[in-house]
Design a protein around this ligand. Structure first.
Ligand code: MG
Ligand code: ZN
Length: 218
């Protein structure tokens, strides 16, 4: 019985997510669903990306958090349209929450919509929101064993950003094991090692998202 309820919820979500996706396609908006643990660097990555791309792309951000508007305030300080969704008890964003957030945005003036999901390595992976790509960020401090422990998130992502590589000298993080486990779980995954602090590796990420957003907008 419980399994059927879960399946119904996921199916209902798929319908709304595909409606969102149709709307994004009509408006020529490229949408990224950014997922990762609390503290993995999601908001900092968005800030870095906005600073780099805001002269060439019209960007908007939806911030998903259980509580507070702290991240939205950080993003809004960059003078781009920002919507905060507080999920209350829910530990992920779903299609319907994102649809609600879209009412606050002028979709005719957006090329790139970045959605920061709730900090969580589990259920954000199960709920589509109408995105073009899911992108996962994980920091080296979280340990190299995560691909095998949380495989679904790695499976559904197009890009895996391994953040805080400036801290590698202080940790027992086995980069080769991490990469090979991640690719075992998802052979199509593009892995990028970055540091949002030092900027290392970010050019690769900027090129990737610029290319995706550009294709969509044209
Ligand atoms: Mg954040
Ligand atoms: Zn959840």
């Amino acid at each position: 019985m419980e399994i059927k309820v879960v399946r119904d919820i996921l199916e209902a979500n798929e319908v709304i997510a595909s409606q969102n996706s149709t709307l994004f396609a009509e408006k020529g908006i490229y949408v990224v669903n950014l997922m990762g643990s609390p503290g993995s660097g999601k908001t900092t990555l968005l800030e870095r990306t906005i600073s780099h791309l805001k002269d060439t792309e019209r960007i908007a951000v939806i911030e998903g958090d259980i509580a507070t508007s702290r991240d939205a305030e950080r993003i809004a300080a960059h003078a781009i349209p920002t919507v905060q969704i507080n999920t209350g008890a829910a530990c992920h964003l779903d299609g319907n929450m994102v649809r609600g957030g879209l009412r606050e945005l002028d979709l005719d003036r957006i090329d790139l919509l970045m959605v920061e999901n709730v900090g969580n390595l589990v259920c954000p992976a199960e709920f589509k929101i109408g995105e073009n790509d899911k992108v996962m960020i994980i920091s080296v401090t979280e340990g190299d064993d995560k691909p095998l422990k949380y495989p679904l998130m790695f499976q559904v992502s197009s890009v895996l950003l391994l953040n805080k590589i400036d801290l590698l000298p202080y940790l027992n993080f086995d980069m080769e094991r991490f990469q090979s486990d991640a690719l075992k779980v998802n052979p199509r995954l593009t892995v990028m090692a970055i540091s949002c602090k030092t900027g290392e590796g970010l050019d690769t990420w900027f090129s990737w998202i610029e290319e995706r957003a550009g294709k969509k907008g044209s």
